[in-house]
Design a protein around this ligand. Structure first.
Ligand code: GTP
Length: 497
């Protein structure tokens, strides 16, 4: 038991308190246990002070064994002081996982003699867990000999809960920040991919926002509109850009009018072909860009595609499909299409369609005698010269071999006879020189008039062919009208050779 005299004890205590105050200015310091048992009065006084403290107060001897604990332990942990002292303060009160640390700390204070503090969990009799701040103060006597330590435990559960909440909030914020950084990174990556993709597509792409300012344009847009690669257009108003590029167009005013019309639309615009001064043709269309939530719009995307080559190829294919490669005249396929069309128009308008079936006389001997190339020359010259004597609304065809045809819309018999005469004369007037020999050809021409002779295209062709064979049978170099539907209306007239 402690056995220090009352005056010495108080002196030691005062010194200790002064020392503790200087080391721990942030909290009240209470009387502590001492080496010897204090006189009854002092002990009562310490206990009273301990009992007045908010938290649990405990005193240990110099071996670290607690021999006193304040009654607050009953209120806080639900154990009696006797139970706590009997079971050992640390064993009874401190949460299993914190006991080792707590003991080590007691040990350290006892050995090092320096105050220490920590936070640990106290387990109540009911099993509840309470966070407490612990302060361990070494107690010395006048001779600086360690007498024991004082343990002060204060309930910090509310603060811990607030800290936990704060930590949870901070963790949630960090997660949200990480997530938003992740999405930002993903969105930037997506933007890079999209931008790379848009830069390799051949179509020029332009995004305008709702204020009609440029948001984005790709590389092909610069190429199509001959814009300098280094110049930035983001933020530029549409009118500025239009004024800049419209100089390249064959019809700048027409294009600006078209754009103004499109901007009135709240829907996609139809594809239009824009013609440039340098002969290029660019197909343009635009779409409204809906907002990310599907509601409202964020602007309009314009797409420009240089279709010059495409149109040229299509034109070439069309030409190949409907032209004779030797003479460049329309071929039999186009002849049938045009005949059907003219007959339909003629029926609607109550007008006649004239058909001249033309076949060369004695063409085979030209080939046989002077060669195929000579025959070709005859065919090409014939196409050119006859083409020069027909009118704009008349169409000239090579049907194959030495067969030709002319279609005449809104035709009259007299006019057709005159045309046959002109054509026959032109052909008979062609002069060739093959192997120093002068060569000429002539043609037999059959004339049919639809619907006068035949209403149906095939039958009309048949009627014209029969008339042509009739002319050939008459010796050639003349024209003959179809007789099937009404006999001869006009005299057979041999063209002047
Ligand atoms: N050079 C050349 N000859 C062709 C071509 N296509 C067909 N022919 C020839 O044209 C000739 C046509 O035959 P025919 O109609 O019997 O010749 P034709 O001597 O005018 O006979 P008629 O019509 O009875 O007066 C054949 O010898 C074919 O080989 C061609 O593209 N070039």
């Amino acid at each position: 038991m402690l056995g220090l005299a009352g005056g010495g004890y108080l002196l030691a205590l005062r010194r200790e308190l002064a020392s503790l105050r200087s080391r721990a200015p942030d909290g009240p310091v209470r009387p502590v246990a001492i080496e010897a048992e204090p006189p009854e009065d002092d002990r009562t006084r310490y206990f009273r002070q301990a009992e007045a403290a908010d938290g649990i107060e405990g005193w240990s001897d110099q071996d670290g064994r607690f021999f006193h604990v304040s009654h607050a332990v009953e209120l806080v942990a639900g154990y009696t002081c006797e139970e706590v002292l009997a079971g050992g303060l640390i064993d009874t009160l401190v949460y299993d996982r914190d006991q080792r640390y707590c003991r080590e700390l007691v040990q350290r204070v006892m050995q090092g003699g320096m105050p220490a503090q920590c936070e640990l969990r106290v387990i109540t009799r009911a099993g509840a867990q309470i966070w407490m701040a612990c302060r361990l103060l070494p107690i010395r006597n006048e001779a600086e000999r360690l007498l024991g330590l004082r343990l002060s435990m204060t309930d910090i559960q509310a603060r811990k809960e607030a800290e936990y909440k704060l930590l949870e909030t901070v963790a949630a914020l960090r997660r949200a920040q990480a997530l938003s950084e992740h999405y930002l990174r993903r969105s930037n990556e997506e933007r890079s991919r999209l931008s790379a993709l848009l830069d390799v597509v051949r179509m020029g792409i332009l995004f305008m926002d709702n204020d009609r300012r440029v948001v984005y344009c790709n590389r092909a847009f610069y190429d199509i509109w001959s814009l300098p690669a280094g110049e930035a257009f983001v933020g530029v108003r549409d009118v500025v850009l239009q004024q800049r590029v419209s100089q390249l167009l064959a019809d700048p005013a027409g294009y600006l009018q078209h754009v103004a019309g499109v901007l009135q639309l709240s829907e996609p615009s139809e594809a239009v072909e824009i013609r440039f001064k340098d002969e290029r043709v660019v197909r343009e269309f635009s779409r409204i860009v809906p907002g990310p939530d599907g509601e409202g719009t964020i602007g309009r995307i314009w797409v420009f595609e240089d279709v010059t080559e495409q149109l040229q190829v299509a034109d070439q294919l069309m030409r190949l499909a409907e032209r004779d490669p030797l003479t460049s005249l329309f071929n039999r396929r186009r002849f049938h299409e045009e005949l059907e069309r003219m007959l339909a128009d003629g029926r609607r308008q109550g007008e006649s369609v004239g058909l001249l079936a033309i076949d060369l006389d004695g063409f085979k001997p030209v080939n046989d005698r002077y060669g195929h190339q000579a025959g070709d020359e005859v065919l090409v010259r014939l196409a050119t010269d006859v083409g020069a004597v027909i009118r704009r609304n008349e169409m000239f065809f090579r049907l194959g071999g030495d067969e030709f045809a002319i279609l005449v819309p809104s035709a009259g018999a007299q006019e057709l006879a005159e045309l046959a005469r002109r054509v026959g004369t032109t052909i008979a007037g062609l002069r060739f020189s093959f192997g120093a020999e002068a060569v000429s050809v002539s043609a037999s021409i059959g004339i049919a008039l639809g619907p006068r002779h035949e209403n149906d295209s095939e039958r009309l062709i048949g009627a014209a062919d029969r008339a042509m064979y009739l002319a050939k049978a008459m010796g050639g170099n003349c024209w003959e009208f179809a007789r099937d539907a009404g006999g001869a209306e006009l005299d057979r007239t041999p063209p002047a050779g």
